[in-house]
Ligand binder design. Structure first.
Ligand SMILES: [Zn+2]
Ligand SMILES: [Zn+2]
Length: 423
């Protein structure tokens, strides 16, 4: 039996990969405009990094990690996300010694053992940014506005940013207490996961998707009621900057991130899909995370978005670019000598940046023309023995059905003129 790819993975083939490249190129240009630089870290890290940096109590660490012992009997894990790796690199590579803040972005595969029938991939791809070493509200606004403007650039409509402040360890302790008081009498009506969360991580009960949990938390104390003055001023400033910058947002007090190293701003970008809103980006501030993994106290904020998820939203909204012909011109060389001369001509054209091709299967003139047409190529460059003898080349416009003859010495210049005109 033929070997198959692992469950929950995909082959990205020509025909689809162009969409990925388009999205990645758009991401890279927006990051450039905002002054972010790319970081690439290893696909696998010491397991402990994710236990500390993602959190022992999270589903990711408890159930979904690809963990293995390597031949040196060290526990390694395929990265399930990037924030912990970026923070590790920040500490290990002493990026805190460089001019601050560090504004970094990444694009790459992540790995989680998900149930494949839920439409999730075990190898999936994320784009994200991390800003390390800056705690001002304007940084939060920049991070949110970067992804907002990326989605605008891609043409997505029906966007809304949900934003909240989860406070700092001081005011969150107060919130946690009030929340536990409020939920104590209702504990038995919560789902199993939430009953478990009650002691360890009660904030997460607020964003449980289980309907009965949502019902039981109606009227529960929100972070808004318990923010300390510092956190509350920070949040107000973020909102003011976003509003002026034209970012459409809504304060959502149910948006929480339960772990202790998450602080202040938390956000999700929602997109409207058939009948419902769904999140296509999530992020927030994590001022205690770098310390958590053993670095110096360093404020940080970032977000991650699933590439597959955003491509799906672009598809639903018909915002993916149309497929364009890959080649500008096809050489049709007839006879061995013409092939040799033609091949050299193609090299010249390619070295000037023109995407051109020729028949590689020894097909007849008729079939070569057919193939050029099928590929949507605009020009056929015909070089037969007779043309070769007169040192000329026929340039046939396959769209207009017109053709012209140029001398071989002028051919590159003539073809380049057409290419520059974009036809
Ligand atoms: Zn606070
Ligand atoms: Zn629940």
């Amino acid at each position: 039996m033929a070997i198959q790819r692992p469950k929950g993975t995909q082959d990205l083939l020509p025909g689809t990969i162009e969409q990925w490249q388009y999205l990645e190129e758009t991401i890279r240009s927006v990051c450039r405009e905002y002054g972010y630089e790319e970081i690439r870290t290893p696909m696998f890290e010491a397991t402990e990094l994710f236990q500390r940096g993602v959190g022992q109590t999270t589903d990711i660490v408890k159930k979904e990690m690809y963990t293995f012992q390597d031949k040196g009997d060290r526990s390694m894990t395929l990265r399930p996300e990037m924030t912990a790796s970026v923070c590790r690199a920040y500490v290990e590579d002493k990026l805190y010694g460089q001019p601050q803040p560090m504004k970094l972005y990444y694009i790459g595969p992540m790995f989680r053992y998900e149930r494949p029938q839920s439409g999730r991939f075990r190898q999936f791809h994320q784009f994200g940014i991390e800003v390390l070493g800056a705690d001002q509200p304007i940084v939060d606004a920049e991070v949110i506005s970067l992804v907002w403007n990326l989605y605008k650039r891609l043409g997505l409509i029906g966007l809304e940013v949900h934003v909240n402040s989860v406070g700092c360890p001081i005011c969150r302790a107060r919130h946690r207490e009030q929340l536990q008081e409020f939920l104590a009498a209702r504990k038995s009506k919560l789902c199993n996961d939430c009953q478990e969360r009650f002691e360890r991580n009660p904030l997460r009960i607020l964003d449980c998707k289980n309907p009965s949990c949502q019902e039981e938390t109606v009227g529960a104390p929100t972070t808004k009621d318990t923010l300390c003055e510092d956190c509350s001023t920070h949040f107000e400033k973020v909102l003011a900057i976003l509003g002026r910058a034209g970012v459409v947002y809504r304060v959502n007090p149910r948006l929480v991130r339960g772990l202790d190293y998450y602080t202040k701003t938390a956000f999700e970008v929602m997109v409207e899909e058939i009948g419902a809103q769904s999140a296509i980006c999530g992020g927030g501030r994590y001022d205690k995370l770098v310390e958590e993994i053993g670095g110096p106290p360093t404020p940080g904020i970032g977000f991650a978005m699933g590439i597959e998820r955003v491509l799906a939203a672009l598809q639903v909204q018909h915002k993916l670019p149309e497929e364009k012909p890959k080649l500008f011109a096809m050489l049709i060389a007839l006879g061995e000598q013409a092939q040799i001369e033609g091949f050299a001509l193609l090299s010249d054209l390619r070295s000037q940046g023109m995407p051109v091709g020729m028949d590689l299967l020894g097909r007849s003139l008729k079939n070569q023309l057919k193939s050029a047409n099928r590929q949507g190529v605009r020009y056929a460059l015909i070089l037969g023995e007779e043309e070769l003898a007169r040192k000329v080349l026929v340039i046939r416009d396959l769209t207009l059905g017109e053709q012209m003859e140029v001398s071989l010495v002028d051919a590159v210049e003539e073809i380049n003129k057409k290419y520059q005109r974009g036809v």
